[in-house]
Design a protein around this ligand. Structure first.
Ligand SMILES: [Zn+2]
Length: 278
């Protein structure tokens, strides 16, 4: 800001002095102009907001609103690639939001998939590998190698070995905290929150062999207590689902993501990815 004010003062002085036009060399003039431009851009730079897309399941047939046709997903990623978008990792986005890195590509988008469904392995992964883009998988460990619909630990390892997928936490067994708060005593609720946040992180760290830094809240999020507890548990950032782009204005324990539904056509997808729906 100071540089900006100083440069304005310098250029204002020079402009009001006829000598400026007679005696200033072109190189000095260019230097002054670039100093002012630089000051303008750093003073008024708007921090980018990032659309974070949230997927669940994929398939040839549509069984529910959260299953995206595999072909439609391929078309969505292809559209991003053909229109100058960069799919950045969630880690890069989080670092940018926390100002640990200063810049990201102009048209940045993040892709995440929640719940660890088998179709992530069978249908999503081949497309991700084709386009070589990063994806974060939010996993609740109680389902892995256990529930019929879920992936196995081996499959998760295989996906991470591609260096394109990164496993993060989606609590331990995907509770509905809103219901739990209503139905449980205060002590029971607090104990449940603790287990869901800590046990998930510890189990995933042990099974996947790396730090678990991020959390996706299951269902809705309307309890400030959860935000405090997630931070205490050591999560660096947590994500909800809300129709906004993630940015520095949100609480880092409640950064929004856009849920992608089967009902969305490519036009709606474009509108979300281009940041219009913020
Ligand atoms: Zn979920």
């Amino acid at each position: 800001m100071k540089i900006f004010a100083n440069s304005l003062a310098i250029i204002a002085d020079l402009f009001y002095t006829k000598r400026f036009f007679l005696k200033t060399s072109p190189i000095l003039f260019i230097r002054i102009v670039s100093l002012v431009t630089l000051s303008f851009s750093s003073t008024f730079a708007v921090d980018k907001s990032i659309p974070i897309l949230c997927y669940h399941r994929f398939g040839q047939e549509i069984k529910d609103s959260m299953t995206i046709k595999t072909k439609a997903f391929d078309e969505q990623v292809k559209w991003l690639m053909n229109n100058g978008y960069t799919v950045i990792s969630l880690d890069t986005a989080a670092k940018y939001i926390k100002k640990e890195i200063q810049s990201i590509p102009d048209k940045s988008v993040v892709i995440t998939a929640d719940d660890g469904h088998k179709s992530v392995y069978t249908d999503m992964a081949p497309i991700i590998e084709k386009y070589k883009i990063p994806v974060t998988l939010f996993i609740y460990p109680s389902a892995i190698s256990n529930a019929k619909y879920a992936m196995t630990w081996d499959q998760l390892h295989e996906l991470e070995a591609t260096k394109l997928f990164q496993v993060e936490s989606h609590t331990y067994w995907h509770p509905n905290f809103k219901q739990e708060k209503k139905n449980l005593s205060k002590e029971e609720y607090e104990k449940s929150v603790h287990i869901q946040l800590y046990k998930s992180k510890a189990t995933l760290e042990k099974k996947m062999g790396h730090d678990i830094k991020y959390l996706a809240w299951p269902f809705g999020l309307d309890d400030e207590y959860l935000l405090v507890k997630a931070k205490e548990a050591g999560y660096e950032m947590a994500f909800s689902v809300d129709k906004h782009n993630a940015n520095q204005g949100f609480n880092n324990m409640a950064q929004p993501r856009h849920m992608i539904f089967n009902a969305y056509d490519l036009k709606r997808f474009e509108s979300i990815s281009s940041g219009k729906e913020k």
